[in-house]
Design a protein around this ligand. Sequence first.
Ligand SMILES: [Zn+2]
Length: 265
Amino acid sequence: MLDTPTYRPCPSCEGTDCTPWPQYSPDNWQVVKCDGCDLTYLRNPVEYEALEEDFAWEVTSAAKTAKGGSTALSGIAHKIRAATIGLHRDKQAKFREWFNDGHVLDIGCGAGNRIQPPITPYGIELSTGLHAQSDKFMRAHGGYCQHGAGATAIWEFDQCKFDGIVMFSYLEHETNVLGVLRGAHRALKDTGAVFVRVPNFGSLNRRVIGPKWCGFRYPDHVNYFTLSSLTNTASKAGFDTTLINRFTRPVDDNITVLLRKSAPQ
Ligand SMILES: [Zn+2]
């Protein structure tokens, strides 16, 4: 698969000088820290075409389940799922408040029901099977789902169309971070906001557990943000960052932020 490796520059500052993280680089994967801006990223990601079919989320998840899956774990998973449903309801209330019951785009929307009416749901999804599911749901509620990669499909929507854009466990997968953020800036109303949730590379867990930290996924995760590197990257696309999980963030395995358009210079 990696016979002819191509190394990408830093997805935030485009620098090519970097320092390897050998302890976080199993097999042939090369996770590095940019010497210019400190962002940690996967230097040799796979192409989009492979992600669409071979490494699609539902395929890697199914493979993980097939490998592990003890009864005890299933019980825990069930409890986590029950707790997640509660979180999901809470999230809907927040989305309604932040996005004013308007038009909301979910990038990397999966099966497509993260955004619920009365919000009008739109989506972008790379996986062929999931796109079909989400498009059906979204059309039934006034929106639709675009099939494709986030950083290109985002440019197909009208300018200033959305009250909100959701990037839920998405940006860590996106090789063209600035492309999608700049596209989001264009597609967002001036009063709108972008919700971003990514694994927290700065978390205590990552420092303590190291290579076994839950945020590492090869080759799915191609960017490993800290609050600082996320804020810095978002600013390059014209956004100010507000931290949402500010009390729990140091020990939280995720960072949750809202991005709003910076005032024109
Ligand atoms: Zn950089």
